[in-house]
Design a protein around this ligand. Sequence first.
Ligand code: AMP
Length: 537
Amino acid sequence: MSDATAKKEERHKFQAIKGTRDLMPPETELWNRVEQTAHEIFATFGYGEIRLPVFEETDLFARSIGLNTDVVSKEMYTFVDRPLEDLEKLKEQIITRPIGLVNITNLGIFDGEVEHFLSEVKPLFDREEISRSPENAAALRSVHLAHQEMRRLLLDRALSRPELQDPLVAQIVEIKNEMRKVLLGNVLTMRPEATASVCRAYIEHNMQQLPQPVKLYYMGPMFRRERPQKGRYRQFYQIGAEILGGTDAPGIDAEVIEMLMTFFDKVGLQGATLYINSIGHNAENCRRGYVAKLKAALEKVKDKLGPDSQRRIDTNPLRVLDSKLESEQAIIATLPHIADHLCDECKTHYAEVKRQLQVRGVLYQENWRLVRGLDYYMRTTFEITAPGLGSQNAVCGGGRYDGLVELLGGTPTKGIGFAIGEDRLILSLQESGKGQVQQGRDIYVAWMGEKAHATAIRAAKDLRKVGFSVELPPLEQKFGKALSQADKLGAKFALILGDNEVSEGLWTLKTLSTGEQSKFSEPDLLEFLRQQKNVSS
Ligand code: AMP
């Protein structure tokens, strides 16, 4: 390495990874306010908070979100957990060990290694420390069976019986091939969303035995390897809620949406628009019938569509309706609407959701193009957009997913939920001027002298106890310097404590906005400040 390169490396400044960011004060105050409001509002609707792991088995997301989606096919942060080094080495040795029929010694070593490998792997597999996926289980079983067969042939003295030599070689090859497929670890993924985790937890903790429905909410970071832009990050935050179990009565759907809009209202989000739709259910006389008609209609206009939509005609025709491509909009407008193809039950359900939204005073717009591409989604879907976000203007998406718990191995369970994009919500609040947060300290304690220091420490303690934010400088400062520091920190008051104040028992309080200064006894001062706080909060 040249000196210059070495210097350059020394200077390397660490930066947050692309698509991730630091949230810092004072902005974090706003995040806290938003999250606190969610805790409060959701609690009034009877929801309890669930805190979920940020990584899960990859397969949980692959199955629930769907292999055909962008999220699963290209955006997940996936890694192999804890590759076991010694076992990895052994596996490598087994795969690469040269074995000729003349080399009996090597065959003996090979046999011992395979046996050792299998005995080490079994308990790890049982303890779920290595993947228990069907593929991994199958590969291990094949290694085991081929190994047994190899031993049987050896006991039959295959080495000296020409007719058994080919079968023996075949078993060795089989062991090596299947061994290659064994994964010594778990494949895990940083969660790209949390609905699947909530359903996994519902099943894992037997929540179907609790009074139904179970109402849960969560908040926290999600991870998707998307192209970063305004309102789109690789680590972003969601606040979401799910109702699992019980009935699919329209009152549930309407109440979830009512709660959501109550929350948005309480945090001060302005200009939010709620879009709703019903996508029916996955039956011949309902969505499946509609999808067949949609597909037929799309085939007719195929050559006018872009490559993405053309591909989706086969993989997921509903997703064509999501297209934002300008050139496709006029064509999409001519496609059949799902509302005209819903079965009677789904029609009634949708009508009742809309009626109940009206009763609850929730304004909505219908958007027939609001769809979800997976089979287990059904009936109600909704989305909320907010101003000030450019092209990424959806702050929340949600819908009913009655088949998901079953898909993940649970009993048939009704489900509906939503996820709010917290980053976008915060952006929209800031853009509309609703993102102001209280900045600065309440009180700066300016002290001079040893005696005053002890009094200042006591005063700071008492003031903090009643909830004031207090800055107590660690070193003595001249009063002039202290006051300018108080100004810089945006303090409302400066409490001035010098020798005079301490000996007189009268403390000086300066209101920094007006420059007014008054003297108070200690109890009077506390009372005065308490009143000021009540006025401002
Ligand atoms: P989804 O889980 O895709 O239905 O998204 C729900 C909400 O999360 C969206 O409406 C967005 O507000 C937000 N969201 C999704 N992906 C991102 C991202 N990469 N960055 C920021 N917010 C996101």
